[in-house]
Each structure stands twice: as structure tokens, then as C-alpha cells.
Design a binder for this molecule. Structure first.
Ligand code: ZN
Length: 439
């Protein structure tokens, strides 16, 4: 097994700040489902982890979909009759509706109004809109700004192009010592200046990849940086024959807000990744939410479509659509916190730790309990006559290591955290009391 040495060792205490810094670097880029913003994003990620980039031509058929035309934008504004830019793409890339076709025209406020999108309930925020599959154009602005618009002749200008090109995505593969068993990590890279949804997912994925590159791995890890929906559909179509190696998967999104961690189960609902995520959250000492699968959300929709039904869950803090800042200019650099990013990062590493260290052991002394005292493994009861947890963990592992129960099974049955059980198994293994029978 080859272990690559990362350029910089990960300091877990500063990781939240480093993840936030990467988000700040990615924030100004205008991304969409295709175009140079995606390429720029992948180039920036490439400074942290060596990506392989794929370009899939417009018109490629991917299942029921077709890779769309490539969209690029250079500028966009609305000027009043005094020549003042009252809406300016250079100030916020959210101002122009994504995938807007080019336009340069003068028009009245009446003509312009149906092309303007605002959020009356949050009058200072700019909404995020796009029109990927219907050729259209429009502008987004704060409702306060909208109310100030007077009857006037406006010059509307969008310098964009929508032409044959490519859909771009990135992939990072880390080989583990069981090459064929893969963990798939996927995040979307198609939103413009929005932080929680989903620069947080991208940046946490990058730091997880760097972290994993310096640790012992049983599984191989494949990180996908995809435009949402069409990206995962394209990837699945191009890799259909390789999918049997995916044993576990996680879609990462919305990992930086101050809400509690949420895990949305895979369609299968009780796979190892589902159980690992539940065990980590249950023993985190924090509030958490477990959601059943529903066919709405991020790219788990495609990975868990019935034709694939992969064991892929989704890890978030506050889910998509459940925080008011979602898809607005208020999902900015202040909305994502280093502490939350760090916490999400750590929980993911704990989930991966379960995937890589779960295993089945066999008790070598199954007829009655082995005498732990003569091996220095017996701790007397405390004053409350309670068995210390580490002692109880030893007894659980000994009792259930019958060749049928994995460490995760034992953690669940005992109500203990996986790490506690794994440590106990390590001690028993070192003392020759159990041996590994799989993996
Ligand atoms: Zn979104």
C-alpha cells in the first residue's frame, strides 16, 4: 500500500480556519454547471490536491439527459438614463440569473420588471436564480433596491455566451490497501458566490482528501467535484461499469452553518455508511438529526436512483432549503464558521475511521470468559460498583466476537461509541484473545 506524504501535515486544531480560508479563495468565482468558473475552481482545488479533470462535450447523451451548452459570462449591468449602473454583476455575481443569454437593449421599467427577481421577505438580500435548461435572461437584486427603481429608460447588458463547449468536473482518487473497495465522496461545484451551499462541502472535501492521503487506509477513496445533477448523471453514465467497487458513499453539503449536524440516510437505509454516521452522531455529545432518505436534495438523488441504489448518504448541518440564507447573498463568508467547518470535518474523519477499521474478530477463548486479571486487563469496580466503560467494552467484544458480529455491530448492541469498542478490540488482539477473521 502506498502512503503519500502530503506537502503540509494537517493540524486538526487549525483546520477550521484553513477550510474557511479556502472558502474565501473560492468565493469570488462565478460558477455555474459549465464554464470557466468551474475550471478556475478546479484549478484552485488542484493547488491543494492533485485532481484529474474531465471535459465532456456538449451534446453527449447521458442516460435521459444531454450535456448542455457551455455558459460563460464576462459582465452584466442595468444602467439608468443618467448612465449610472444600478445593478452591476461586478459587485455581485448573483445579480445576473445563471445561464442568462446575451442581451444589449434599452427598455422601460415595465418591460424590465418581469426580468427582475427579489426577496420581499428579506429586503436586503439578493436571491440566487438560474435558468439552465430554458434559454432566458434576468437580474436578481435586493427588494429594497427594487423599490427604489423609477420609471426610466434602462440599458440592459449581459455579456455572456452560451455555445457548444464542455461540462467540466474533477476527480481525486486515493488508493487504499483493498484497492477494489471504494468510498465515494461527492460535492457540487456549480454555485456562484454562496458559501454554505456549497463552498463548505468543496472545502471540507479537499481537507478530508489531504487528511486521508497521510493516513493508513483500508478503502480507496474517490472524491468527485461535480456540477449538481447533470454532473453526477454524467459521471454515473461514464463510469457505469465500475460502480460495483463503491462500498460506501457520502455527499457533502452545507457543512459550515451553526446548526446541528444532519445525516440523511441512503435509499437502502441501513448500510454500513448509514450506521457509521449514526454511531458518530449519537456519540458526539451534541444534538443531531437523522433523516430518512427522500428523493430530493443533492446528488444522492442520482447515486440512490433505483438503477444504481448505491449506499450513499448525505452529510450536512442545516439541510438545503431549511435556513433562510439558503440561495441568497446572505449565505456569505460570515455565515460559515471555522468551528462548524472543523466540527463537520472531524465527524467525517470519524465516519471514515469506522469504515476503515470495522471488522469481524473471533474469540480465541470462547468457552467461558478468559481470566483477564492474569493478563493485567482486569480493573476492579469503582466505588459505585460500576464496571468502568473500558472494562465493559472488553467484555462486549469478547462475547460478540463469534465470527458473526462486526465491531460496528458490537458498538450498536452495547450502546457504545465505535472508537471505544475498537480500542477494546485492539487490546484483546494484542493479548491474543481475539483474531481478525475478515478484511
Ligand atoms: Zn443549491
Amino acid at each position: 500500500m502506498s502512503i503519500t506524504t502530503p506537502k503540509m501535515a494537517i493540524d486538526l486544531n487549525t483546520t477550521g480556519y484553513e477550510i474557511h480560508r479556502l472558502i474565501s479563495e473560492l468565493y469570488p468565482i462565478c460558477r455555474s454547471i459549465t464554464g470557466n468558473g468551474v475550471r478556475q475552481t478546479l484549478h484552485l482545488i488542484n493547488e491543494y490536491i492533485q485532481l484529474s479533470m474531465q471535459e465532456v462535450p456538449t451534446g453527449t447523451r447521458v442516460f435521459d439527459w444531454i450535456v448542455p451548452k457551455e455558459w460563460n459570462i464576462r459582465d452584466g449591468y442595468v444602467k439608468n438614463s443618467r448612465g449610472e449602473k444600478i445593478i452591476d454583476f461586478q459587485k455581485s455575481n448573483l445579480h445576473v440569473v445563471g445561464y442568462s443569454i446575451p442581451i444589449h437593449q434599452k427598455m422601460s421599467l415595465e418591460e424590465l420588471r418581469p426580468r427582475l427577481f427579489t426577496l420581499p421577505e428579506y429586503p436586503d438580500w439578493i436571491p440566487y436564480r438560474n435558468s439552465y435548461y430554458t434559454e432566458n435572461w434576468g437580474f436578481c437584486l435586493s427588494h429594497r433596491q427594487f423599490l427604489e427603481l423609477k420609471n426610466d429608460v434602462y440599458e440592459v447588458f449581459i455579456d455572456s455566451s452560451l455555445e457548444d463547449g464542455y461540462l467540466t468536473y474533477g476527480e481525486y482518487y486515493l488508493e487504499g490497501n483493498t484497492k477494489k473497495d471504494e468510498v465515494l465522496i461527492s460535492c457540487h461545484i456549480c454555485h456562484p458566490s454562496l458559501c454554505n451551499d456549497n463552498l463548505s462541502g468543496i472545502a471540507v472535501a479537499v481537507f478530508l482528501a489531504r487528511h486521508l492521503s497521510s493516513t493508513l487506509r483500508r478503502h480507496s477513496y474517490r472524491f468527485l467535484f461535480l456540477p449538481t445533477t447533470i454532473g453526477s448523471i454524467t459521471w454515473l453514465a461514464l463510469n457505469e461499469t465500475e460502480l460495483s467497487s463503491i462500498k460506501h458513499g457520502l455527499v457533502l453539503a452545507c457543512l459550515g452553518d451553526s446548526g446541528m449536524s444532519t445525516y440523511k440516510k441512503s435509499r437502502l437505509g441501513n448500510t454500513v455508511i448509514d450506521r457509521a454516521a449514526v454511531n458518530v452522531l449519537k456519540h458526539s455529545g451534541q444534538n443531531y438529526e437523522i433523516m430518512d432518505f427522500l428523493p430530493y436534495g443533492y446528488d444522492e438523488r442520482q447515486f440512490c436512483s433505483p438503477g444504481f441504489n448505491l449506499p450513499v448518504g448525505c452529510f450536512m448541518r442545516t439541510p438545503n432549503g431549511c435556513f433562510p440564507e439558503y440561495h441568497t447573498s446572505a449565505d456569505d463568508l460570515d455565515f460559515v464558521q471555522p468551528d462548524s467547518l472543523h466540527d463537520s470535518f472531524l465527524k467525517c474523519t470519524k465516519i471514515f475511521n469506522i469504515l476503515d477499521n470495522d471488522g469481524i474478530f473471533m474469540n480465541q477463548n470462547p468457552k467461558c470468559e478468559p481470566q483477564l486479571g492474569k493478563r493485567g486487563l482486569y480493573r476492579p469496580l469503582n466505588r459505585q460498583h460500576q464496571l468502568p466503560n473500558e472494562q465493559l467494552a472488553l467484555l462486549w467484544v469478547l462475547n460478540l466476537s463469534d465470527g458473526n458480529h462486526s465491531l460496528l455491530d458490537i458498538a450498536e448492541r452495547s450502546g457504545m461509541g465505535f472508537e471505544e469498542i475498537r480500542r477494546a478490540a485492539g487490546v484483546l488482539d494484542a493479548n491474543g484473545l481475539i483474531i481478525r477473521v475478515n478484511g
